[in-house]
Design a protein around this ligand. Structure first.
Ligand code: UGA
Length: 434
């Protein structure tokens, strides 16, 4: 089989498929990335990925190429694992998918199955199938199925090898059979399986991400309520989370959601819902989005308020740049939005992250340690909750800063121990901290 696209999703999927015993060729137009992957190394920080790549490039079950002719008639299944970033107005930009199809399809002489894993607006798969059949010498013998991916960055390998559930969106018995064969290992482990039509499969994925985003925005709206009324959002989340129908996961209040998936997927869902006239959904999603955007603004405003309304010339230490812990991914990172805003307001921002390496960017300096970030700081912001930040020693760090003020944007620090060391700790949605 081939896996087209080798970023977080594609590289992990290719390695996971090799672990399931399949022979896999990953394809990417980025020659440097292909070279790295062929050396059994990972171009991204993802726990467990590199050992799997090393193992299967060595077993010979996995290799990577830039050349579509190598995969065209060799593989009978082609997985599409390309990015679908936000385009104009929030619509999903499908250009990477279209470009891959336009490269692959004219080379397809034999019957095969093209399986989409990318997150796409409902209706995309069938349009792609039409496009492929028009371009491929094999014509209608090429079929499309949709098998959305639910992996989380930082747990991508685990989620690929032991998924919560599988979704097979097909329109033929043959395609269904092929997917059953491919996933025989997790299926024999009783992984729940939903077999459905292709449109439902496309929608399941965006609905899952929209629901997760909704949980986060709900708890963040409640955190505003706690702030206004003098309550504690963490205790509130614990208490409602004990109700099994609600569950505690994805009820961590703070800076809100970022990354390469949730923000762009809900935008694309709202856009598609509007196109189809389902404004009840687009309005709902847009308020989820507005709450999320508001948290970033609120956090930056809190920092500005701590500097008596003016951060210009103030030194601000930012702990965390990745959109969440466990990854080096900074796409749509809430931490960077806040850092940018403070820089624009004139602050001297120093940022530290254990994994994320930022390209040189105007305005703030990335430093190599927490200590370097904090030296002489007027305000410290905790914006990505890496576990190592919970182990920091507030006593020792207190000697480095100019002012002992920390804003915990993720509500994960032990506020009491920081306060005991003389720090002012500000946490959105926790009474007594403002
Ligand atoms: C998300 C979904 O969780 C995956 O199931 C899905 O497959 C993936 O998108 C995708 O579409 O590819 P991911 O982007 O890796 O995965 O990140 P999440 O773990 O969902 O976290 C998203 C954001 O929500 C992060 O910024 C995180 O800090 C934030 N978050 C999460 C909260 O603010 N509060 C919470 O309680 C949980």
């Amino acid at each position: 089989m081939s896996v087209i696209g080798t970023n977080y999703l594609g590289a992990t999927h290719a390695a996971g498929m090799a672990e399931f015993g399949h022979h896999v060729i990953g394809v990417d137009i980025d020659a440097d990335r292909v070279k790295t992957l062929n050396a059994g190394e990972s171009h991204i920080f993802e726990v467990g990925l590199e050992p799997l790549l090393a193992k299967h490039t060595a077993t010979g079950r996995l290799r990577f190429t830039t050349d579509y002719t190598e995969i065209a008639d060799w593989a009978d299944v082609h997985f599409l694992a390309l990015g679908t970033p936000s385009g104009p107005g929030g619509a999903a930009d499908l250009s990477q998918l279209h470009a891959a199809i336009d490269r692959l399809a004219p080379l397809l002489h034999e019957p095969c199955l093209v399986v989409g894993k990318s997150t796409v607006p409902v209706g995309t798969a069938l349009a792609l199938e039409e496009r492929i059949r028009r371009l491929a010498p094999a014509g209608d013998a090429v079929e499309v199925a949709w098998n959305p991916e639910f992996l989380r960055e930082a747990y991508a390998v685990e989620d690929t090898l032991r998924p919560d559930r599988l979704v097979f969106g097909t329109h033929s018995a043959h395609a269904l059979e092929v997917l059953h064969e491919i996933y025989s290992i997790p299926l024999s482990d009783r992984t729940p399986l939903v077999e459905c039509d292709i449109a439902t499969a496309e929608l399941i994925k965006v609905a899952a991400n929209a629901f997760l985003a909704t949980k986060i925005s709900f708890i963040n709206a409640m955190s505003q309520m706690c702030q206004a009324a003098g309550g504690d959002v963490t205790l509130l989340a614990d208490a409602i989370g004990f109700d099994k129908r609600i569950g505690r996961e994805f009820l961590n209040a703070g800076l809100g959601f970022g990354g390469g998936c949730l923000p762009k997927d809900i935008k694309a869902l709202a856009f598609r819902a509007e196109e189809l006239g389902v404004t009840v959904l687009s309005d709902f999603i847009r308020s989820v989005e507005a709450i999320n955007d508001g948290q970033r603004i609120e956090l930056a405003e809190l920092a500005i308020a701590q500097a008596s309304g003016d951060v210009s010339g103030k030194r601000i230490a930012v702990l965390g740049a990745a959109f969440k812990p466990g990854t080096d991914d900074t796409r749509n990172s809430p931490a960077l939005t806040v850092a940018d805003r403070l820089h624009e307001s004139g602050a001297d921002v120093r940022i530290y992250d254990p994994q994320a390496r930022l390209p040189p960017r105007e305005g703030f300096t990335q430093v190599a340690s927490v200590e370097q970030a904090l030296l002489g700081a007027d305000i410290v912001l905790h914006l990505t909750e890496w576990p190592e930040f919970r182990q920091l020693d507030p006593e020792r760090l207190g000697q480095l800063v100019k002012k002992k003020v920390i804003i915990d944007g993720r509500l994960k620090l032990q506020a009491a121990s920081w306060r005991n060391a003389g720090w002012k700790v500000v946490q959105i949605g926790r009474a007594g901290s403002l």
